[in-house]
Design a binder for this molecule. Structure first.
Ligand code: IMP
Length: 189
């Protein structure tokens, strides 16, 4: 069985990624003993996904997979985008971030939004591949549900009338931006 290091310490991402890539054994950063923060200094999803992979590859010289993702809101000219995890400030909680977003959309009828994920698969410095996945939907009027993480309580996927926070993890794992990017990865590897 193939082993890949996941350059993320987000347990929700690990669950979603391991679920789709089940024949591959994913090693977490915790398992390999890496506990530092990796600074995401790029202004694109591809750039940040690459930074995460490069940091881990340089230390462990083993294949690494990383994901960089965010929420793009049409009315806000695609903000928060790559800054999704720190929209309300450097140490903002998920709740602070989505509350700021809801405030910025107060009384706004155009609530179109999409999640984007870029997966980077880094086998060596000469062998790097990217896979992109998107999930379109809209921003709810108020937070609903406790499943998932991040902006899940305020994001309603197209074709549904509940937020990702209310939908089961089975449904989210089937339709999420991350699942879509990983399916493309699965077709190649
Ligand atoms: P990253 O860890 O730099 O990729 O940060 C992505 C940020 O985007 C997270 O902290 C969340 O705020 C948001 N995000 C990414 N994927 C999801 C998702 O599946 N559901 C909800 N929020 C997400």
């Amino acid at each position: 069985m193939k082993n890949i290091i996941l350059a993320s310490s987000n347990p929700h991402k690990l669950e979603e990624i391991q679920n789709v890539l089940s024949p591959i054994k994913i090693n977490t950063l915790l398992e390999i003993g890496f506990i530092d923060e990796i600074e995401e200094t790029a202004n694109t999803f591809e750039g940040n996904a690459l930074i995460k992979c490069e940091t881990i590859y340089q230390l462990y010289k083993k294949p690494v997979i990383s994901d960089d993702s965010g929420l793009l809101v049409h009315y806000l000219k695609d903000a928060p985008g790559v800054y999704s995890s720190r929209y309300a400030g450097q140490n903002a909680t998920d709740q602070m971030n989505y509350e700021k977003l809801l405030n910025n959309l107060n009384d706004i009828a155009d609530r179109r939004a999409k999640f984007v994920t870029v997966i980077c698969y880094y086998q060596s410095p000469r062998n790097i591949a990217y896979f992109k996945g998107e999930l379109t939907g809209s921003i709810a009027e108020q937070p609903e549900g406790y499943n998932g993480f991040g902006y899940d309580p305020i994001f309603i996927p197209e074709g549904f009338n509940q937020t990702l926070g209310q939908l089961s993890s089975e449904i989210k794992n089937r339709l999420s931006h991350r699942a879509r990017a990983l399916e493309k990865f699965n077709l190649v590897f």
